[in-house]
Design a protein around this ligand. Structure first.
Ligand code: NAP
Ligand code: ZN
Ligand code: ZN
Length: 351
């Protein structure tokens, strides 16, 4: 298969910094589009993967799965896009399309294993997939999203992961008017969760470790804020929430948050710390509570989320960086020092 070299930024070992390298992209086949990447969000999963915190990272690794850009080329059988259109790519670039999950539009749970945007396996070139910290990407049109024209493009990039990862569980657990929902961890995912849950009509309670985010959480749309380090505030709010979305990237005591649920409430994890989170039996059995999880969202639901965000004028609060600043950005991400998503201006890679 024909292919071309493109510039990218990635890493060759868990402890190594990210640096410029070259990767190979396939030429478009009949159903592919080639996208010039304009902006790419920086998800905490990029950092977990680059540093092999979950195990299984294949090196060199080029992260990035919050991709927005413009279509440069279309294959002969492409029907959804034309050259010049805006387009988005999230965490998935392929799946089997035949299993029960794929048929239900839940490609994230493909029973034969989907192809992730980076650190997956690209059949066409028989190599690992490389993500959005790069000039261009080639993706089958079925896994490419339409971007609402009314939204700022750079601030839309984080919707491709942080947006869908919070939208999908909020929908699945029927969050809406009459629901009191808690969002734990106000980073890239959490701040999108607040905005989306509010737009769905829920009463939104932010639960944060950061005193500095209390006022800001209200600006994002929170009705109430609980500072989780304050035992009194946690006690006062015990048994008050129908549903909690946990967006925390590091170890934390899950039992303390389950206490905030009402009877029959559920806490769903989207945050993915590297080590197990112990749950006490009595946290769940007293109150018939559920401890659950959720993984991004399927392609159809990702488009639904983008259209919902277009309609409600929802984008991410971003800090734009140059590609060359990515190592500093990872250090700041670990300290919770970003409001609320770094987005890379990919034009900087051309310099
Ligand atoms: P992020 O921007 O770094 O935000 C994480 C937030 O967690 C921080 O802002 C902080 O919020 C809170 N936090 C950090 N350390 C904590 C601790 N020790 N105890 C309690 N809270 C703490 O990360 P992100 O990009 O939103 O990603 C969050 C997690 O979701 C990551 O693990 C990521 O890999 C995972 N993820 C999962 C999926 C999925 O499909 N399930 C998709 C994307 C990402 P406060 O300052 O408010 O406390
Ligand atoms: Zn992500
Ligand atoms: Zn499948």
């Amino acid at each position: 298969m024909n292919s071309t070299n493109v510039k990218a930024f990635g890493t060759t070992a868990p402890e190594a910094d990210l640096k410029q390298l070259n990767i190979i992209r396939r030429d478009v086949t009949a159903k592919d589009v080639e996208i010039e990447i304009l902006f790419c969000g920086v998800c905490h999963s990029d950092l977990h993967t680059a540093r092999n915190e979950w195990g299984g990272t294949i090196y060199p690794n080029v992260p990035g799965h919050e991709i927005v850009g413009r279509i440069l080329k279309v294959g002969s059988g492409v029907s959804k896009f034309k050259i010049g259109d805006l387009a988005g790519v999230g965490c998935l670039v392929d799946s089997c399309r035949e299993c029960e999950s794929c048929k239900e539009g839940l490609e994230q749970f493909c029973e034969k294993g989907n192809t992730q945007t980076y650190n997956g396996h690209e059949k066409q070139l028989n190599q690992q997939t490389f993500g959005g910290y790069s000039e261009r990407v080639v993706v089958n049109e079925d896994f490419v999203l339409r971007i609402p024209k009314e939204l700022d493009l750079a601030a839309t990039a984080p919707l491709l992961c942080a947006g869908i990862t919070t939208y999908s569980p909020l929908r699945h657990w029927n969050v809406g008017p009459g629901t009191k929902v808690g969002i734990v961890g106000i980073g890239g995912l959490g701040h999108m969760g607040v905005k989306i849950a509010k737009a769905m009509g829920a009463y939104v309670v932010v639960i944060t470790t950061s005193a500095a985010k209390v006022t800001d959480a209200k600006r994002l749309g929170a009705d109430e804020v609980i500072l989780s380090k304050d035992a009194e505030q946690m006690k006062k709010n015990s048994g008050t929430l129908h549903f909690i979305l946990d967006c925390v990237s590091a170890q934390h005591d899950i039992n303390a948050y389950i206490k905030l649920l009402k009877r029959d409430g559920a806490l769903a994890l989207v945050g993915a710390p590297e080590l197990p989170l112990p749950v006490a039996a009595f946290s769940l059995i007293s109150g018939r509570k559920s401890f659950a999880g959720s993984l991004i969202g399927g392609i159809k639901e990702t488009q639904e989320m983008l259209d919902f965000c277009g309609e409600h004028h929802i984008t991410s609060d971003i800090e734009m960086i140059n590609m060359q600043d990515i190592n500093l950005a990872y250090d700041r991400l670990l300290k919770g020092d970003v409001k609320y998503r770094f987005v890379i201006d990919m034009a900087s890679l051309k310099k």
